[in-house]
Design a protein around this ligand. Structure first.
Ligand SMILES: Cc1cc2nc3c(=O)[nH]c(=O)nc-3n(C[C@H](O)[C@H](O)[C@H](O)COP(=O)(O)OP(=O)(O)OC[C@H]3O[C@@H](n4cnc5c(N)ncnc54)[C@H](O)[C@@H]3O)c2cc1C
Length: 391
């Protein structure tokens, strides 16, 4: 097989990249190790920055997003039984975010790719990227029980944190920056309308909690739990009781309960791999960086990377200049590190860190008070949450 851009992974990064390239008249092949059902059902992110929603619309993937996505103009911070709303448009000159699940983004992009795009092979596992630093990079893969080779002009590794692309860059040329947090998130999906019309981020002495939603009738809720927690060790009753405690307020707000349909634990990690390019191999999305989900940045960063790559390749086609491709890693990393900083700040602002001293806990509350009382501090949060510009 031969193509211009070999894409490894059909998560949001790989699928959107295939769509952007197709719209620019550049051919690609997508290799995805899992089956279609798995990719479409995997519960993960749910908040689209305004820039991400705009890119999906411009790519022709915004029809259902505009029909079913929920525009959110703010979030609520909850601490010490108090509530504080952060108003995004008022603080950022009109920006907002959209609640639209990653599963739905993937479903939309898969349907478009299968209808109008180039090959998208499910159950096609990339085994290795070879020749990245030559003019003839290729991907060895296994599909239908047979091994094949995909010859490409460029390879883009969109294969997530556990993929093979990153390992094709010689270790002596790379540097990894990592922080693993001593806690995770127990996430549940529940068939109950969200108890609040915007996301609620709660800092509580017992730990962090987040109220989010997937639709007007499905809630997504999270609890901070110790690292290594088994989701099945928590009964539904224990989960609801703990959520109620952590969301408690001085007014008459109540948390509606409903049947829990799914539960899982997500570990928390910050990670950046530098550089994001080696020769003709480019890394995008979780293959190159991970953020703790507190800032809702993972999916949005993946979108920023592939937009940057697609623009750079189109620029090369139109002008013959590889300057934007050469600058890919630096361009992406500037945005990545801002998102890393924001996600780290949100995580340390809201989580109970095991072993934190009473002094550090008071500082955490002082930071929250500062956001609630200073327009400058609140604007910084609103700008970070609604997203840093692409490129
Ligand atoms: C468990 C979990 C929960 C999350 N929850 C949230 C959240 O609540 N909020 C939030 O903002 N973000 C969340 N994230 C982060 C967000 O979902 C990711 O940042 C986003 O999925 C990144 O997209 P991606 O396309 O780069 O990678 P992925 O979505 O990981 O896609 C990579 C794809 O590559 C495929 N692949 C891997 N190896 C190979 C191979 N060798 N050959 C072929 N294909 C391969 C995988 O099957 C996968 O489909 C979560 C992430 C995880 C892992």
């Amino acid at each position: 097989m031969r193509t211009t851009v070999g894409i490894i992974g059909a998560g949001p990064a790989g699928l959107l990249l295939a769509r952007l390239l197709r719209n620019a008249g550049i051919d690609s092949v997508v290799l995805e190790s899992r089956d279609r059902g798995y990719v479409e059902q995997r519960q993960r992110a749910g908040i689209l920055e305004q820039g991400t929603a705009d890119v999906l619309r411009a790519a022709g993937a915004g029809e259902r997003l505009d029909r079913e996505g929920l525009r959110h103009d703010g979030i609520e911070l909850r601490y010490d039984r108090k509530r504080h709303r952060v108003d995004f448009p008022a603080l950022t000159g009109g920006r907002s975010v959209t609640v639209y699940a990653q599963t739905e983004v993937c479903k939309d992009l898969i349907a478009l790719q299968l209808k109008e795009g180039g090959p998208l092979l499910f159950e096609a596992e990339a085994l290795a990227v070879e020749g990245a630093d030559t003019d003839h990079p290729h991907v060895r893969f296994r599909h239908d029980g047979r091994e094949g080779v995909l010859d490409c002009a460029y390879v883009v590794g969109c294969d997530g944190f556990w993929g093979v692309s990153r390992t094709a860059i010689p270790a002596e040329l790379t540097r990894g920056f990592e922080r693993v947090y001593p806690f995770g998130w127990l996430g549940v999906l529940a068939d109950v309308p969200p108890s609040h019309d915007e996301l609620v981020y709660a800092r509580h002495d017992r730990g962090f909690a987040l109220l989010s939603m997937r639709s007007p009738v499905v809630s997504r809720l999270y609890l901070q739990v110790p690292e290594g927690t088994d989701a099945e060790a928590w009964s539904d009753e224990e989960i609801w009781a703990e959520l109620e405690r952590r969301f408690e307020t001085d007014d008459d707000w109540t948390l509606e309960r409903g049947p829990i349909t799914q539960k899982s634990v997500t570990p928390m990690r910050s990670y950046v791999h530098e550089p994001m390019r080696h020769g003709r191999l480019f890394l995008a999305g979780d293959a190159a960086h991970i953020v703790p989900p507190t800032g809702a940045k993972g999916l949005n960063l993946a979108v920023g990377d592939v937009v940057t790559f697609a623009r750079a390749l189109v620029h090369e086609r139109e002008t013959g200049s590889a300057e934007l491709l050469d600058a890919y890693s630096q361009t992406c990393l500037r945005r990545v590190w801002q998102a890393e900083r924001f996600s780290y700040d949100m995580t340390t602002l809201l989580h109970r860190v095991p072993g934190a001293s009473p002094f550090e806990e008071r500082l955490q509350l002082a930071r929250l008070e500062r956001i609630a009382s200073s327009r400058a501090a609140e604007t910084d949060l609103a700008e970070g949450y609604t997203g840093f510009p692409f490129g």
